[in-house]
Design a protein around this ligand. Sequence first.
Ligand code: HEM
Length: 450
Amino acid sequence: MSVPVGLQSVPRAPGAVPLLGHALALWRDPLTFMTSLRQHGDLVQVGLGTMPMIVVTSAELVHEVTVKQARSFEKGRFFDRLRPLAGNGLANSDGELHRQHRRMIQPMFSKERIADYSKIMSRNARELVDSWTPGQVVDLEQAMAKYAIDTLASTMFSTEIGLPAVEAIRKNLPTLLKNLLIRAASPKFLDRFPIRANRDFDTASKALRAVIDEVVAGARRSGHTDNKGDLLSLLLSAQDADSGKSLSDVEVRDELSTILFAGAETTAAMLAWTFHELASHPKAEKQVVAEIQEVVGDRPVTIADVPRLEGIRRVLDEVLRLHGVTLLMRRTTEPVVLGGVEMPAGTEVAFSLYALHRDPALYANPEAFDPDRWLPARRGDIAREAYVPFGAGNRKCIGDQYVWTEATIAIATVLARWELTPLPGHTPKEVASAVAHADRIPMTVKQRHV
Ligand code: HEM
């Protein structure tokens, strides 16, 4: 076995500028920047101001970080920056606290719960398609953001208690998401400056936390603490089987904020891109529509339909491959050897699922939208570690089954009723925040006749 080398032998990405390092490149165009790094090696050094960050670009080493050596990593700087919004919620906490909370929250995403939530998802999707009129131009990016937030909010809060929170979420979440990446990619010395991204982020997260605090306190006052089937009452009544611990009001608020932050934009972007990709690939769209007509017809979509809509699943897999999570971070908690390089405790490590999923070493024709690559006969060509839209290991997304159900129901409900035609002359642009979402996806809706 070869002797590990030190961090100084990891190649530095070109283009660093004094004081800011690569922060400007990351702010300006994080998707291009992150995708460009693999040409320099499996490990590449990037500077955020004076802080070095090691970017991991290969599927094998991302697997080492997230699964094989996960015990030697905690969440890194990206997640520190999230703390004003999400405190020590599930995405931010580490070690025993994370294990304990994950155990307590997992039942909220059980098969039975998702089956309950699916009724709300289907109802919300029908309300959405009922609200459109033939010939109307709908911005799918906005419509899906509203659908994702409304659906999260109505599964979190089953009663009117949650209404102020839903409003605050609609108002503040876009500002938070817009500024999050800039915040995470800023050199530390900028923390002290009242730059706009920091100010806007702090104001919006304060507002959101205050409203959720009020909702949690109101729920306690009104005895909404028995298990009523919504996330809020589940969190308020959750008890860890091993330690007997229940969650404090602050912990409940942090978990609610985390789920909102983690589940809203990601889902909205995936749905909006799906409509765009299908409209741009008529053959795939035709197959999906035929499948919906065969499996569902014109009745409401139910949970039982979801596994039978296999074509939608392949389209969603392909959308998540192409439009994935921009940047994730970890920090070593002890010395680690990764890819033959010895990293001391405290080393910041980053990786981009977006860049990984477009690696030509992992995917044939990686830039092409090709849902058929997920057909059983071809799926085997793709290594397991190469496709991780929900991450892997102990920090894997807790909402993956929730989102498959929600997205399948939404796509089937919309396409059963409406034909969507892109507005001529408009090409959606990618905007990187937590995921690469589209700026606008304006489409004209026309009643579908079967
Ligand atoms: C298409 C939609 C989604 C995508 C692409 C996505 C992606 C991810 C990824 C990649 C991670 C791992 C982060 C890391 O390793 O650092 C994650 C974690 C997480 N996600 Fe999702 N997510 C989606 C939807 C949701 C939804 C709908 C919810 C909640 C209802 C949710 C809740 C969470 C939570 C709480 C975590 C932290 C888990 C932990 O650390 O234990 N996500 N998500």
